[in-house]
Design a protein. Structure first.
Length: 320
């Protein structure tokens, strides 16, 4: 599909120093051959990477313009299979593609989605490419877990971190869920010493947990439908499975980030003026939420994580 304007940067990044540096380097043709793009949201990192690719590929010297997703000189490496690993064979295939001369643009671009998912063999193969990068090629590594990469890979790429909040999740039922979560934690703050209050809060835990699963499933299906339309048609089934799993993992982290934001918004004024017992309970609740997000990052089931967090919060407040 032809394009005449550069892909827009994410709204939260437009005009930031990192984007200004990238724009200036591209304009001066001084952009590094290998960039590591890191941050808290993979969807936003992908937007940044596609914006870079668009500005490198669709230039006056190109014989045709395409969106990066369909550009013949833009290549993608993604995790595959249920284990969501980037294999040595897939890495070799990508390297073979970027070794060939560009088709319509003056250069080539390769996006490595979730680069931390490269297994050790793939990492070592890719490391050799970084040591002797192909001519007229830009490699963009995307990851929310940069320290899971080999130190030798990190030392050979230029780092850009984008620690910004992702756009709110627009999923059916999510606004109602957050509203009910705020009401639930408000009741906890008011005290749950009586047996009836504890029972009501316990029912609230299981109601919120069940609804969270429904919201996540619907949001994943909708996002997968949107992204699938722009994916290359030659993607293997195991790659599609890995992308859909990655969408679900990214969405659940974004949903938990919004739970964290709602918890902080509830806690902050109370931390300023509440009694000591309330302050301790609020701090403990936030600590448990941070622990829950850590469990998500090691791929524990999101419903088990959410239930654990909510029950932990209930125990904190019922002991107050």
């Amino acid at each position: 599909m032809a394009t005449s304007h550069p892909a827009p940067w994410p709204d939260a990044l437009a005009g930031t120093p990192a984007i200004a540096v990238i724009d200036q380097a591209i304009a001066r043709k001084r952009l590094s051959h290998s960039l590591l793009l890191t941050g808290c949201d993979h969807v936003a990192l992908e937007q940044v990477a596609l914006g870079i690719a668009d500005r490198l590929l669709n230039v006056p010297g190109s014989s045709a313009n395409f969106r990066p997703e369909q550009h013949p000189d833009c290549f993608f490496l993604r995790p595959a299979g249920k284990m969501r690993q980037i294999s040595a064979d897939a890495t070799r295939a990508l390297i073979g593609k970027v070794q060939v001369s560009a088709t319509v643009a003056p250069r080539k671009v390769a996006l490595l989605h979730e680069a931390d998912r490269m297994n050790l063999a793939a990492s070592n193969i890719f490391l050799k490419t970084l040591e002797e990068p192909p001519a007229n090629t830009t490699l963009l590594l995307l990851t929310t877990r940069p320290y899971a990469l080999l130190p030798t890979i990190r030392s050979r790429v230029l780092h850009f971190r984008f620690p910004f909040a992702a756009a709110p999740v627009a999923a059916d039922g999510w606004n109602a869920w957050i509203t009910d979560y705020r009401a639930w934690i408000e009741k906890l703050s008011a005290g749950v010493g009586e047996k009836k209050a504890v029972a009501d809060s316990l029912f609230g835990v299981y109601g919120l947990t069940a609804r969270f699963g429904t919201v996540l499933e619907a949001a994943t299906a909708e996002e997968w439908k949107r992204q699938k339309a722009s994916l290359p048609p030659e993607l293997e089934e195991d790659e599609q499975v890995a992308i859909e799993t990655g969408i679900a993992n990214g969405l659940r982290l974004r949903l938990f980030a919004e739970i964290a934001a709602a918890t902080r918004a509830h806690a902050w004024p109370r931390l300023q003026g509440g009694d000591e017992a309330s302050r301790r309970a609020l701090i403990a609740t936030i600590e448990r939420l941070e622990h829950a997000v850590g469990l998500l990052r090691v791929n524990l089931n999101e419903l088990a994580v959410l239930e654990h967090f909510l029950l932990s919060s209930l125990r904190v407040w019922s002991r107050r």
